[in-house]
Design a protein around this ligand. Structure first.
Ligand SMILES: [Fe+2]
Length: 318
């Protein structure tokens, strides 16, 4: 594969307080340099024989590759972040920013604050959309390589000294202010619109229990905290519990094989939460059977281990 150079996205002569000379040098030397390195590394990787190359050499090349690849991607985004007047965010973007940061002002303070924190050092400040969480987040990308997995950066501020030294010297603060004055918010909004179309990672699907409602461990924790009455049934199989050492606090163990023996002890007026070891079958089946018998039952997604993973309290299983 040969990576192609992207033309300069912003029009340097329109920028306010950032000179064409600075952009030209940045584009030619740093963006162009990263692209050339990326192509050289890619060629090297393509030409080597992975079966006869040491793991160390492969790892070094892959590290170099991610640095060069992210540097090209982030520089393209940086040049595409400039060219506006930096003032007003389009409405939909302003609401999204306000939802995730409290307000646009608060976002701006955080973004600028992070950039100031990198002054004299290096790294990127990115505004990134995270599809899994459906939210925007500010992040630092050091060494061109710390990107949030699955995140889509929509605004990039280059805090490597090469981005400002030529013109601003050590005055990173003036450079950051100039960057903020030149953000092209309509372009950022267009990228935001594209980013929110990215589907979140696919959740666990259990088609056979599609009609049995689940409850998350966090919701169960909130239920217990609020003191709402709830009947929590640990329905881990008997063969499993013989070696189990702990049980969720607030839960009682009931043998899922002998549901008929204990179903009569449950109250129909209080909700029931059932769970098994990992939340796949037995907890779901138990909830399903209880629902068919008229109980307000749900299974706890993720089961015993999900409860432990959120550090939910457990006690000795006897
Ligand atoms: Fe740069």
């Amino acid at each position: 594969m040969r990576y192609q150079l992207a033309p300069l996205y912003c029009r340097p002569w329109t920028l306010n307080g950032i000179s064409a000379r600075l952009i030209e040098s940045h584009y030619e030397n740093n963006y162009g340099g990263a692209l050339n390195r990326l192509n050289a590394i890619t060629e090297e990787i393509e030409q080597l024989d992975p079966g006869n190359t040491s793991g160390q050499s492969l790892a070094r090349l892959k590290r170099d590759e991610i640095v060069a690849l992210n540097s090209t991607l982030l520089h393209e985004l940086y040049f595409a972040s400039l060219g506006g007047d930096g003032r007003v965010l389009p409405d939909a973007l302003a609401s999204a920013v306000a939802k995730d940061f409290g307000s646009v002002d608060r976002w701006r303070q955080e973004f600028v604050g992070i950039a100031n924190g990198l002054a004299g050092g290096s790294g990127w400040v990115l505004l990134t959309y995270v599809p899994r969480d459906g939210r925007l987040i500010n992040q630092i990308a050091s060494e061109h390589s710390q990107s949030i997995a699955g995140g889509v950066p929509i605004l990039a501020l280059d805090m490597y000294e090469h981005a400002y030294h030529l013109e601003f010297g050590a005055n990173a603060g003036a450079y950051i202010a100039a960057f903020m004055r030149n953000i092209d918010w309509s372009a950022v909004k267009a990228r935001y619109d594209d980013a929110i179309k990215v589907a979140p990672p696919r959740p666990l699907e259990q088609k056979e229990f599609g009609d049995v409602p689940s409850i998350s461990v966090e919701e169960v924790r909130e239920m217990l905290k609020s003191g709402k009455p709830v009947q929590i049934i640990d329905a881990r199989p008997k063969h499993y519990t013989t070696k189990a050492q702990d049980i969720m606090e607030g839960a009682v163990w009931r043998d899922p094989e002998r549901l008929d023996d204990w179903i009569g002890t449950l109250s129909k007026t209080e909700p029931v939460v059932t769970f098994c070891v990992y939340g796949f079958h037995i907890g779901c089946q138990t909830a399903s059977t209880l629902r068919n018998a008229g109980f307000d039952a749900r299974y706890m997604a993720g089961g015993h281990y999900a409860w432990k993973a959120i550090k939910g309290p457990v006690k000795l299983f006897e």
